[in-house]
Design a protein around this ligand. Sequence first.
Ligand code: TYD
Length: 235
Amino acid sequence: MVPKGPVGRKIAMRQACLITLEGGEGAGKSTVARGLQARLAERGVLSIVTREPGGSPKAEAIRGILLSGKVKPYGPFAEAIMFYAARIDHIEKTIRPALARGNWVISDRFADSTRAYQGALGKVDPTLLGSLERVALAGFRPDITLILDVPVEIGLARAAARRGSGATDRFESEGRGFHARLRQAYLEIAEREPDRCIVLDASLPPDDVLEMAWAAVEMRALAGVSNTFADAALQ
Ligand code: TYD
């Protein structure tokens, strides 16, 4: 059945998509996730919002361990393996079932976070990380990845404001250089995979960012090409 928009306009939304949101601290991913979900709902498209690390009960348990910093002493490759342990469960228990029901999935972070945080920042050998990704995802990849790009100072200020007097987590407590390299890593991912990734200027007001995000989703969704079960373009 083709869903109808609020004024009865037929929306040629295609099969359920996996949209992932990526970016550094304070980029506004969760706000965009909720906004996209509302826009989809207005058009009669059901979706779930989920997150990584986490998104399923077992993956949420791993999230607690990772963000506590307890895995840090084992090194970034061990952290990458743990993120993938969580991701595998998230895909099997939450993402695939939702897509199979015809629900769109909006995930706050996914595999690009491992590429950026453990790969570019943790300096895990890209070949090793690529192998892990290939084995764990077995060709599964997002249809659309929105990279919320924000200057480091703005992102850190937003993250600090959101946190208030609470403690920083394992990754928020890293220095400014870390966050600048992170931003660069995401821009490089977007450059390598322009068919999947769209970079948005997330320093703009939240309403404008959502508008751009929705335009990107509409454009890609209406283009009619689903990559979710296609072979991943891994190097
Ligand atoms: P979270 O509180 O969800 O932060 P944010 O609001 O920035 O998404 O914490 C997730 C943290 O985990 C974040 O600092 C990024 C990091 N991370 C990785 O290092 N590798 C990964 O694969 C994922 C999914 C997250």
